[in-house]
Design a protein around this ligand. Structure first.
Ligand code: C6P
Length: 411
């Protein structure tokens, strides 16, 4: 056993669920990491410790538990600040997840910074979470949505940028990594282009932060959003990073407790950042769990994560390419560890169901990215998405199970 194998085994042992057996005692092969990642023991323990030791509301109490909870919640915010290299901790807003973060920006930034007739530039490969909030904004603002097209291999057609740009274009909002195709977009290049043309930029980092380090100051991005559960943290917690001057100028997204300084029936004075955007009791345990997840990722390190995931991706791509019935959807040069594919003559859901019978968890469907499916003339794909805790043996087992499923349907 070499060092790398041993350390991978140790890493896998950190995730209790990976020891589980499913479907007639088959070992679980979890390849649905783009939907949500599994949680290491340290995250589970952070949640348990919060609820068993210092569960309390934050920012309100004068008692010991409330002080401890407030301290832990604000420490988690600082961990996210360091994780993204944000200039200030008040630039980190805790939300329910990527979806809520984008809805917050669309409604709050949209109401303050966008005017009737303004244009918002999205891409063909957006998750619905970065399409529908802008359409909801259209109920209040007569904004126009324009779309950067994609090429057959699933990369953005950058040649279209200058054609799409008009003097009305205000915002570029795009995904850093496509959940349906795995494409890693040229985020720096796109932001540079946007800034040269005076646009605001929102980047959906839901599928990026699990795989690569992000530095919001280096990117010079205005808004960067992600979900805790996709980076080994709990569900129901997410992050909106925003530049101070924008967040200061934006109106609150929701009203209630904690987001105010003074309330009368005539007028309310709003709280400072970040509380202005965190109305009501937040997901305290979730934020603390996210902090623990960030600690864990930093301990594993992105060098290991990237090296391991690249090997898994290459191996899966090679093995799948050898199966004549399989067509990989999304063949960009720069990809995160996601392989989407279709199988001639078999519906993706049927493949997903037969893989499940072998203990292999994948996602089959439109992946909440129907415009991507429309581009390829598909209703769905099968998607295997890897994390650093997956093994080459699991990739091989998955491909064997897939071949068995194909044989079953060809009978
Ligand atoms: N994609 C997937 O299986 P939430 O649900 O708020 O945590 O994340 C939404 C979201 C936004 N952007 C991208 C690029 C995403 O991939 C996701 C979530 C999951 O692909 C669930 S649909």
């Amino acid at each position: 056993m070499n060092v790398a194998t041993r350390s991978l085994e140790q890493i896998r042992a950190d995730f209790p669920i990976l020891q589980r057996r499913v479907r007639d005692n088959k070992p679980l092969v979890y390849l649905d990491n783009a939907a949500t990642t599994q949680k290491p023991q340290s995250v589970i323990e952070a949640l348990t410790r919060f609820y068993s030791h210092y569960n309390s509301n934050i920012h309100r109490g004068v008692h010991a538990l409330s002080e401890a909870a407030t301290e832990a919640y604000e420490t988690a915010r600082k961990k996210v600040q360091t994780f993204l290299n944000a200039a200030h901790s008040h630039e980190i807003i805790f939300t329910r997840g990527t979806t809520e973060s984008i809805n917050l920006v669309a409604l709050s930034f949209g109401s303050r910074f966008l005017e009737d007739g303004d244009e918002v530039l999205l891409t063909q490969m957006e998750h619905h979470a970065n399409i529908v909030p802008w359409q909801l904004l259209q109920r209040f603002k007569n904004i126009k949505i324009k779309v950067i097209p994609i090429t057959e291999e699933g990369t953005l057609d950058l040649n279209a940028l200058d054609t799409l740009l008009t003097e009305k274009t205000r915002l570029l909002a795009f995904t850093h990594v496509s959940n349906a195709l795995g494409t890693v977009n040229p985020v720096k290049k796109l932001i540079r282009w946007a800034k040269e043309n005076g646009l605001y930029v929102l980047v959906d980092g839901a599928q990026a932060v699990p795989h690569l380090p992000v530095d919001v100051q280096d990117l010079q991005v205005d808004f960067y959003v992600f979900s805790g559960h996709k980076i080994y943290g709990p569900t129901g917690i997410g992050v909106l990073y925003g530049k101070t001057e924008l967040l200061e100028a934006m109106p609150p997204y929701q009203g209630g407790g904690d987001m105010i300084k003074r309330v009368t029936f005539e007028k309310t004075l709003f709280n400072d950042l970040p509380m202005k955007f965190e109305a009501g009791t937040p997901n305290i345990a979730g934020a603390i769990g996210l902090g623990a997840a960030i600690d864990y990722i930093q301990q594993v390190g992105y060098d290991f994560i990237q090296q391991q995931e690249q090997q898994l991706l290459d191996h899966a791509t090679r093995l799948l390419s050898e199966i004549p019935e399989i067509k990989i959807i999304g063949t960009a040069k720069e990809k995160a560890a996601v392989v989407s594919f279709v199988c001639e003559g078999v519906h993706p859901h049927d493949i997903g169901t037969l893989l499940d019978l072998e203990g292999v968890a994948v996602r089959a469907g439109h992946h909440c990215a129907q415009p991507v499916m429309d581009f390829y003339g598909l209703s769905a794909t099968v998607r295997a998405s890897f994390a650093f805790y997956n093994t080459m043996e699991e990739v091989e087992y998955f491909v064997q199970a897939l071949k068995k499923a194909i044989r079953f349907f060809k009978r």
